[in-house]
Write a protein that binds this ligand. Structure first.
Ligand SMILES: C[S@@+](CC[C@H](N)C(=O)[O-])C[C@H]1O[C@@H](n2cnc3c(N)ncnc32)[C@H](O)[C@@H]1O
Length: 308
């Protein structure tokens, strides 16, 4: 059972489970448990002999997983980054082969809604942005010593058009006073960008950039995707949901690259063909889903199947 106050509505839940679960007796991985919306739907669909391993790097998500699904013998919560997918499963399974993996990237509603986690530019709190508060340094600490050029680079990696201007403003501001809180940073950014996008807070990309950086999210994803190919059974599916173009680009390129056929040179004794087949077009939530869950509005879902 999911605690209502800590709820995260699973995005495209029906589509995810329909495309993911191809063998009801299989082993599945939810790489991003959050509050278990997708895990819950997978558990409803799989057989008594199926299994589900749910990863999350956030200790609050793991406590919620144990509370909600801990008694289900098919389920195991794994407090780990998904970049450790193979290693964690190797500790738990004699043969690491799975029938499906879902990754619903980004942050959960409780992470955004709980002010003290410091993820939201709308709620005043310590500027933290770490998914696992015991790992790495809070964003406020990093902003205190990063040089202007590196900060501008990190901001532009999240497609922030005014990266240099914002980086300069941060460096000027911290000479006077440490930027400690979410609202201090949000107001600073708002005050220095010349043009505002419609329906988007001017600090959206700055917060995204810092979150991606302090959690090393792009590297996490780049380490995770090849491991999925290694452990999926033939016919097993990988379903990935992203919420911004930075992550979607990584997933799109990875899937396309692995689905590409190429002619191996004739001296290659073990030529390798494509390892993935892309299943269907890119999927997005319906207008009806967006109306009932605004956080679904930027979701993009990509699905691939293990072949070869
Ligand atoms: C969008 S939420 C998932 C929501 C979930 N599908 C649900 O329906 O409740 C993303 C979750 O992934 C976790 N996460 C993000 N990056 C991670 C990583 N590299 N390793 C493990 N967990 C990660 C976050 O802590 C967050 O709880």
């Amino acid at each position: 059972m999911i605690n209502q106050q800590q709820r995260h509505i699973p995005v495209m839940g029906k589509e995810v489970t329909e495309l993911l679960v191809t063998d009801q007796k299989g082993v599945y991985v939810d790489a991003t448990y959050g509050r278990g919306g997708h895990s819950d739907l997978i558990l409803r669909k799989i057989h008594a002999s199926g299994r589900l391993f749910a990863f999350d790097r956030d200790p609050d998500a793991i406590s919620a997983a144990i509370e909600s699904h801990g008694l289900d013998r098919r389920f195991e919560a794994v407090h780990s980054k998904f970049s450790r997918l193979k290693a964690e499963l190797a500790d738990r399974l004699t043969q690491v082969k799975v029938s499906g993996i879902v990754a619903d990237l980004g942050v959960s509603s409780p992470q955004l809604d709980c002010a003290k986690r410091g993820f939201s530019f709308l709620k005043d709190a310590n500027l933290d942005l770490r998914m696992d508060p015991s790992d790495g340094v809070p964003a406020s600490q990093w902003l205190q010593h990063v040089n202007e050029k590196s900060l501008a680079r990190v901001l532009s990696q999240a497609d922030e058009r005014f990266a240099r201007r914002i980086a300069r403003a941060v460096v000027e501001q911290r000479k006077r006073k440490k930027i400690q809180s979410t609202l201090e940073l949000a107001n600073l950014v708002e005050g220095c960008v010349p043009r505002k996008e419609k329906n988007k807070h001017p600090a959206t990309r700055t917060f995204l950039a810092l979150r991606l950086y302090v959690n090393d999210e792009r590297k996490e994803l780049a380490k995770f995707l090849p491991q999925c190919v290694d452990i999926l059974r033939r016919g097993g599916r990988l379903v990935v949901l992203t919420f911004h173009s930075v992550e979607d680009r990584i997933v799109k390129h990875f899937m396309r690259e692995n689905a590409r056929s190429f002619s191996a040179p004739d001296w290659d004794p073990q030529p390798t063909g494509p390892t993935l087949k892309i299943i269907g077009p890119v999927r997005r939530p319906s207008q009806e889903e967006i109306r009932s869950n605004r956080r679904a509005r930027s979701a993009v879902m990509r699905v691939a199947e293990r072949i070869g």
